[in-house]
Ligand binder design. Sequence first.
Ligand SMILES: [Zn+2]
Length: 113
Amino acid sequence: MTGGVVTFEQAKICPRCGKPGEEGKSVPVSAPRVPRGTRVVFVWCRTVVCPWYATSWPIQVYHDGTVREHDHSRDEKEYRVLPNFDARSQAVLDAVEAQVAMERRGDGEIRNG
Ligand SMILES: [Zn+2]
């Protein structure tokens, strides 16, 4: 068990075809109690034969550069719960989910710094 902590390079690997995805938009997560600098990076699969071709998945990158692995085996809104999961982590996840949902709807004001 790695505890869900992965490197960014690992997180960029498409869970369906195993090839590295293409890094796309990076969205800062701004919410109370979320450490400044936390962001979500969207990665796109560019493997034409892959079921996830042209599909993006969010990678959550913390202010300190650590990455939390997205649990692709469950509903795509679910993030793996870490052993040291606490209320602050929950606040981060909530903010990330809100940001991701906003991105996918294509509305809301996204400020890029
Ligand atoms: Zn793929």
